[in-house]
Design a protein around this ligand. Structure first.
Ligand SMILES: N[C@@H](CCC(=O)N[C@@H](CS)C(=O)NCC(=O)O)C(=O)O
Length: 209
């Protein structure tokens, strides 16, 4: 299996953590690709040029959630995805996915040239993020001794990783201490440390959204 990815993609990060925790790291070849360029190797496997993209034989699978489901089937770990009928777990996953999507939009906007940034989008995403922080702070469980490796939890880990990396919400740990304690339990995992965004892996956006 090959996973086309960029090191700082939060969606690829979720898949990479699921693979590592599921004992699949050796079975998954990581292929780092540039984005938004016509010569990206991912375009040999499909038209979209988006990552993460998992290629296994003639299967070409996009969307991090589906990729995690595929990895789940190859691992003996508890699944990262909830059962289709567990609506409370699905609802929690949709909350965390939506939070990650908003944070991703916000960070993309902030990385555009200053004179191309939309003050309206920046404001909308900041307000969305603050509402989500306040909601999640009220509902987050105590720091788990053994952090569950679920898509929902990893979407939250990945979103907070982006918040830290791009400095989107200064001192959020002081404002949301329960969430900070929860994240610390995940940050102790080698799989989470190994996949954290880094300046060394930073790619300038070659084409803006
Ligand atoms: N819903 C997708 C989101 C994936 C996504 O947004 N990937 C970004 C990188 S983090 C991407 O491929 N961007 C390149 C582009 O939009 O051209 C998933 O869950 O995998």
């Amino acid at each position: 299996m090959r996973l086309f990815y960029t090191p700082n993609s939060p969606y690829a990060r979720i898949c990479r953590i699921v693979a590592i925790e599921g004992g699949l790291a050796d079975a998954l070849e990581l292929v780092r690709v540039p984005l938004r360029t016509p010569d990206s190797p991912s375009l040999r496997h499909g038209p979209l040029g988006k990552i993460p993209l998992l290629v296994d034989g003639d299967l070409v699978l996009g969307e991090s959630r589906l990729i995690c489901g595929y990895l789940d089937q190859r691992s003996s770990n508890p699944p990262s995805l909830p059962s289709a009928s567990d609506w409370q777990a699905q609802a929690r996953e949709s909350l965390m996915s939506g939070f990650l999507e908003g944070i991703t939009n916000w960070s993309r906007e902030k990385r555009r040239a200053a004179d191309e940034q939309s003050p309206f989008i920046l404001e909308v995403e900041e307000q969305r993020a603050i509402r989500a922080f306040e909601h999640i702070e009220r509902t987050i469980p105590a720091p788990p001794a053994e952090p569950p490796i679920t898509y929902a939890d990893l979407a939250l880990v990945a979103a907070l990783g982006m918040v830290d990396f791009y400095g989107l919400v200064p001192d959020w740990r002081g404002a949301y201490p329960a969430l900070a304690a929860w994240l610390a339990a995940y940050e102790a995992l080698p799989s989470v440390q190994e996949t954290a965004p880094s300046m060394a892996a930073m790619n300038p956006l070659t084409r803006s959204l």
